[in-house]
Design a protein around this ligand. Structure first.
Ligand code: HBI
Ligand code: FE
Length: 288
């Protein structure tokens, strides 16, 4: 998520939240599963029950299958249990982090197939919305997709692309790729729109909105268009990009050298979210 502003802001009383002290150089910490209270496990169960209901009708097949394989609805999962499922499947491994971590560190984890998962759980008053990643967003939203081979490969490539984007002053452009796919991506399956992005699927309101709203702009997946497009950080998205299938994540990137794209567009202001360009044909929304 790029939603959160600054790392290292201890924000509350919930113990593990924002506790960066004692983190390793790569910002990893122990999950400290024993520190979760019965109230936290109960909150997880309720969040899980509500979202998994929507998943059945709104999520893509890979998400549904991944969630089933993780079998994590009864209590806050232990990362080591998830790793026992992930590692043999796609070679990914979860590492616990205190929250938002610096860009370069985040990229390095992904480049090595380590997915950083925030160890603390949102509080009761923020069940529907919070501005930073927590355990529910990171685990429920992202981990099932790590079992999909295309997403598994794509995330590693994204991590490996980080250093160059930073060096070229184009981090914003690369981050939009993550935002509009891994966080807010849609995919068409058997003609129907389905969610695969974690930012959508961990939110009950946005899951319905992204699939059901007849007006919102939905555009075919296009990496260069995405790199030029600004996004919403504190409301539902105004544009969603739709894949023809998850393998398109890789297909669209193999032939594409990001360097020249960065050079062409990095000094232009981003296109406003929700704006249609002349000649574009949206799947839905204005002039669809
Ligand atoms: N750290 N924990 C955490 N989660 C993220 O999603 C995250 C991050 N640090 C940087 C970051 N995301 C993004 O800004 C990069 O993808 C660019
Ligand atoms: Fe996320």
């Amino acid at each position: 998520d790029a939603r959160m502003k600054t790392p290292c802001t201890p924000t509350s009383s919930s113990g593990l939240r924002g506790e960066y002290e004692g983190a390793a150089e790569d910002y990893t910490v122990g999950q400290r599963w024993q520190a979760y209270t019965p109230e936290m496990h109960d909150r997880w169960r309720r969040l899980f029950a509500r979202q998994s209901e929507l998943v059945r009708t709104h999520a893509c097949g890979s998400f549904r299958e991944g969630l089933t394989r993780l079998d994590c609805g009864d209590a806050i999962p232990r990362f080591e249990d998830a790793n026992a499922v992930l590692e043999p499947a796609t070679g990914w491994r979860l590492v616990a982090v205190p929250g938002f971590i610096p860009d370069a560190v985040f990229f390095d984890h992904l480049a090595h197939r380590r997915f950083p998962v925030t160890r603390w759980l949102r509080e009761e008053h923020e069940l529907d919305y919070l501005v930073e990643p927590d355990l529910f967003h990171d685990f429920f939203g992202h981990v099932p997709m790590l079992l999909d081979p295309a997403v598994a490969d794509f995330l590693e490539l994204y991590g490996k692309a980080g250093a160059r984007a930073i060096a070229m002053g184009a981090l914003d452009m690369l981050a939009r790729i993550y935002w509009y796919t891994i966080e807010f991506g849609l995919v068409r399956e058997d003609g129907a729109l389905k969610v695969f992005g974690a930012g959508i699927i961990s939110s009950s309101g946005e899951t319905r909105f992204a699939i059901e709203d007849p007006q919102v702009l939905r555009l075919p997946f296009d990496p260069v268009r995405i790199m030029r497009t600004g996004y919403m950080i504190d409301s539902f998205q105004k544009t969603y990009f739709v894949l023809d299938g998850l393998p398109q994540l890789i297909e669209a990137l193999v032939g594409l050298d990001f360097g020249p794209v960065y050079e062409t567009w990095r000094d232009h202001p981003p296109l406003p979210a929700g704006q249609l360009l002349p000649g574009e044909t949206p799947l839905t929304g204005a002039r669809a």
